[in-house]
Design a protein around this ligand. Structure first.
Ligand SMILES: C[S@@+](CC[C@H](N)C(=O)[O-])C[C@H]1O[C@@H](n2cnc3c(N)ncnc32)[C@H](O)[C@@H]1O
Length: 271
């Protein structure tokens, strides 16, 4: 039956949803059957085939864009206390200036700005270094939001008060990222399933850190592999990949190895 719905999306609307993980697709369709009060999946198939708005809504649900600052506190704490200080040290030793970071499914920019806050804090403790964070997402609406850097009170809820005061200004009931932080973050629309190896704007990948979090588990294995290959190719020699907690097994099966035991931080298997 799900196959039937996938065909309706393709034939009627030219929308390919076949790459999404089957249990995720099932869950989403069941949720829509409940909300639309359709009788069963056959009834819903008819409905979605006749209502393009409903089809658009399903597509939005499949492209879940939920994000939050410092989403996985354990990972961010290892990044702050071990990974980034090591990268800064290495850069200084190699006399290479810029730290290059790619947040590959950045949604509304929470992840790139979280990284920028950490790096700015480390700058306060260390000598100067430069860094550039590329945030990309396939969803243009999310990229526009990231550019704007404006967030509701609820979405900045887990940023420490002193950080909030330091890196945001108030605009009515919203919080806006200040230019000093913004200037290190660039945002572009980029589909990880496209043929480009890394965002064209980054010119060459060579990233010290790639964050690919909470996206792989939405896709079928063949599509996960396409994304992981892209990430691997875009990494610098000693580059690291950060994934979501629930995606650790996907990385392990995808020829990456844990950089720290039980962590969501990986490096590529060499050889
Ligand atoms: C659940 S959000 C995760 C946001 C952030 N990485 C986090 O962990 O909080 C998933 C994001 O992946 C994006 N996405 C899904 N498929 C994508 C693809 N093929 N290429 C680029 N972005 C994609 C969605 O648009 C969405 O913004």
């Amino acid at each position: 039956m799900i196959r039937n719905i996938t065909e309706i999306f393709m034939n009627k609307y030219g929308m390919d949803i076949s790459m999404f993980d089957e249990s995720f697709l099932n869950k989403t369709i069941l949720q829509r059957i409940g909300t639309t009060q359709c009788l069963d999946i056959a009834d819903y198939s008819r409905f979605v085939g006749e209502d393009s708005k409903e089809a658009g809504l399903v597509l939005d649900l499949l492209r879940v864009s939920y994000s939050v600052f410092f989403r996985n506190p354990l990972t961010f704490s290892v990044l702050e206390s071990i990974v980034l200080p090591e990268i800064i040290f290495r850069k200084r030793e190699n006399k290479r200036k810029e730290i290059r970071i790619w947040s590959a499914a950045c949604a509304g920019g929470h992840e790139p700005y979280s990284m920028a806050m950490i790096l700015e804090n480390l700058k306060g403790q260390n000598d100067q270094f430069s860094y550039r964070i590329f945030g990309t997402d396939m969803d243009e609406v999310q990229i526009t939001k990231a550019h704007k850097g404006e967030y509701s009170k609820e979405s900045v809820g887990n940023i420490r008060k002193n950080q909030l005061d330091q890196w945001f200004t108030r605009s009515g009931s919203s919080y806006v990222v200040i230019p000093k932080l913004k200037k290190h973050c660039e945002f572009y629309v980029f589909n990880l399933l496209s043929t480009h190896s890394s965002p064209p704007e980054s010119i060459y990948g060579d990233f010290d850190l790639v964050l690919c979090t909470n996206i792989l588990f939405y896709y079928k294995p063949a599509y996960r592999t396409i994304i992981m290959d892209k990430i691997r190719d875009s990494l610098a020699e000693d580059g690291l990949v950060i994934t979501g907690e629930a995606e650790r097994d996907i990385l392990k099966a995808g020829n990456f190895k844990e950089a720290f035991p039980q962590s969501a931080i990986f490096r590529k298997n060499k050889g």
